[in-house]
Write a new protein. Structure first.
Length: 139
């Protein structure tokens, strides 16, 4: 095999920057879903579309994306109206569990879904640690 052929073959096997970024995001989301009670973790873009998701049960990602966009937008407006500034973390505690939303760079939102067996403090702590990592990946 000639030198140019080997170089082309090696280049075709190398992951693209987008593939590398996606792999990093998927690893981060897998770490979050590994927490006790966390059933799903997703990245939602500014249009309410889920760009990445890891889940431990069947979830309608389209519905999740739409709910995140609507809920986060409304919460952000409410926070601004009462003079609290921008949202750092947004919690929704429900009968069946909780939803944690965290804004990221470029209008992305991290959404974490957990059932009632989750430990709120642990999930919150992990989300706060994860936000800077995801922001660096998406920057």
């Amino acid at each position: 095999m000639s030198q140019p052929s080997r170089i082309l073959e090696a280049a075709s096997r190398a992951p693209s920057p987008a593939q590398e970024r996606n792999a990093k995001v998927e690893r981060v989301l897998r770490n979050i879903t590994g927490l006790r009670g966390v059933t799903a973790a997703a990245i939602v873009d500014g249009d309410g579309l889920v760009t990445h998701a890891q889940q431990n049960f069947e979830i309608n990602v389209d519905a999740l994306g739409a709910a995140v966009q609507i809920g986060f937008g409304g919460a952000g407006q409410a926070s601004e109206h009462v003079g609290l500034g921008a949202i750092n973390l947004f919690f929704v505690e429900n009968q069946q569990g909780l939803l944690i939303l965290a804004p990221l760079v470029k209008h992305f939102i991290l959404a974490v879904v957990a059932d009632n067996s989750s430990l709120l403090g642990s999930a919150r702590f992990e989300v706060k640690l994860t936000v800077p990592v995801l922001n660096e990946i998406f920057a």
